[in-house]
Design a protein around this ligand. Structure first.
Ligand SMILES: *[C@@H]1O[C@H](CO)[C@@H](O)[C@H](O)[C@H]1NC(C)=O
Length: 504
């Protein structure tokens, strides 16, 4: 009998599944960004789409919910397949329901939005190329730059900009059960192999679903969805980190139950992805005055800051370095150097990752799932740009901005100055509902094309090149470099590739 029903629903699924409904028209907010080459940048007209998980999910035939709060209606959703045939994702009221607004090249995400039907918490958006296709970025050998304003998000909140190896159509072609696709923000995956995703590979995640005990909007199902993740920016006004997370595979795959590993599973390290990553957080690497609110910090988080990330290729054509610069007040600020004994440098390299894992005594999952070279392979393939604002029901974001594990005095446990009691979701929702983050002025192109290494904003700025000698780890040359080519003593300007010379 079960087989008969399964066979029947598979048949229906082939015709009709994970539907779309149009009670609200899906109108993607426009967001412009810049594609750069050595001869300059040109504006691209893009748009953003909110992830499917945030959407109203109801019967295709009526306005009856398939999913409410943190529970599926099991009288409708009798199985993953049946649920996908009966239920649809609806269009989004971006500003009214989700607190998402755009203006020109700027995206604003508000933390709590009280809408007519619901109170929305946070959001996750993807950049689209057109209404049905995500914009795809191949990061290896290129540079990604954006401006961010974190002045209004503090302890416990995370305004994140990152890349994941999702399918460009949201999985619509690969999984016939998925009729919604990128237009409705489907196909999410990341290195935690999240199990709170409501539809995965064209079926619902109702089988085995357990509603969260402390999150009125979420639960965990029997399926998870995995793929490599490059966190360019996870931050609030206290701490920031950039973190590669490789996986065994290079594309999205589903996983089952606790075998998924990651945050949502009993054994964090049971899966095919690296949930920890190899992070560079200036505070965790020993520089406690590099990033924070006020002029006492090198990067002042009370002001907007430009964040530059370079995915540098070595002479072998493989990823050699993930480099970070900041630009603020017309000045280029090199990333802080690690001051932890045994971990050197100011960027994420294979050596940095190996040293960090050893010195901090962290798990070996980064290396187990491909390590730096595996991440290089993922970055050589197209990835989807994600921008989100979230809080953390699992560890209160303490891994980013406080001491974690709580009470630990081990090297690597101090990640930021937030109290270990901060970041409690219900406190944040009550105390800082109006918090928001903005991302703007996204630029992408070959190394050296998205920002002026002398800090000026206009490439034709006639101002004399900066003649002050460059600090340790700073840039001192390269094809598009117009700044100083001398290093402070005792460092030497060393060629890493045609576009990048560094004081080492
Ligand atoms: C959030 O903003 C709304 C609308 O401006 C205001 O009424 C409310 O008091 C604010 N809440 C807090 C906690 O600041």
């Amino acid at each position: 009998m079960y087989l008969t029903i399964a066979a029947l629903s598979a048949l229906i699924a082939a015709v009709k599944a994970q539907q779309v409904c149009t009670n609200t028209a899906e109108t993607h907010p426009k967001l412009t960004w810049s594609k750069c080459t050595t001869s300059g940048c040109t504006s691209v007209s893009g748009s953003v789409v909110v992830d499917a998980n945030w959407r109203w999910t109801h019967l295709t035939t009526s306005t009856t919910n398939c999913y409410t709060g943190n529970e599926w209606d099991e009288s409708i959703c009798t199985s993953n397949e049946v649920c996908a045939t009966k239920c649809c994702l609806d269009g989004a009221d971006y500003s009214g329901t989700y607190g998402v607004t755009t203006s020109g090249n700027q995206l604003n995400l508000k933390f709590v939005t009280v809408g007519p039907y619901s109170t929305n918490i946070g959001s996750r958006l993807y950049l689209l190329e057109d209404d049905n296709t995500y914009e795809m970025f191949t990061l290896l050998g290129n540079e990604f730059t954006f401006d961010v304003d974190v002045s209004d998000i503090s302890c416990g909140l995370n305004g994140a900009l990152y890349f994941v190896s999702m399918d460009e159509d949201g999985g619509k072609a690969k999984y016939t059960g998925n009729k919604a696709g990128a237009k409705y923000g489907t196909g999410y995956c990341d290195s935690q192999c999240p199990r709170d995703v409501k539809f995965i590979n064209g079926v619902a995640n109702v089988e085995g679903w357990v509603p969260s005990e402390d999150d009125i909007n979420a639960g965990i199902g029997g399926l998870g969805t995995c793929c490599p993740e490059m966190d360019i920016w996870e931050a609030n006004d206290i701490s920031t980190a950039y973190t590669p997370h490789p996986c065994d595979g290079l594309t999205q795959v589903s996983c089952n139950g606790d075998e998924c590993g990651g945050t949502y599973s009993a054994d964090r390290y049971a899966g095919t992805c690296d949930p920890d990553g190899c992070d560079f957080n200036p505070y965790r690497q020993g520089d406690k005055t590099f990033y924070g609110p006020g002029s006492g910090f090198d990067v002042d988080t009370t002001q907007k800051v430009t964040v530059v990330t370079q995915f540098i290729k070595g002479t072998d054509g493989k990823l050699s370095d993930i480099k970070r610069f900041y630009v603020q007040g017309g000045e280029v600020i090199a990333n802080s150097a690690s001051t932890i004994s045994g971990i050197s440098g100011n960027s994420v390299t294979a050596d940095y990752c190996a040293d960090q894992k050893q010195v901090f005594g962290d798990e070996g999952s980064f290396e187990d799932h491909g390590g730096f070279s595996g991440m290089g392979d993922a970055l050589a393939a197209p990835m989807v740009l994600v921008m989100s604002l979230w809080h953390d029901h699992y560890s209160h974001m303490l891994w980013l901005d406080s001491t974690y594990p709580v009470g630990s005095s081990a090297l690597g446990a101090a990640r930021g100055s937030c109290a270990t009691t901060s970041g409690v979701p219900s406190d944040l929702e009550k105390n800082v509902p109006n918090a928001s983050v903005s991302f703007s002025n996204i630029k992408f192109g070959p190394i050296g094309t998205t920002f002026n290494s002398d800090g000026s904003t206009d490439p034709t700025d006639p101002e004399d090149p900066e003649e002050d000698p460059v600090a340790h780890y700073g840039q001192c040359g390269g094809l598009t470099w117009t700044g100083s080519t001398t290093c402070v003593s005792p460092y030497t300007c060393t060629k890493l590739n045609d576009y990048y010379y560094q004081c080492l």
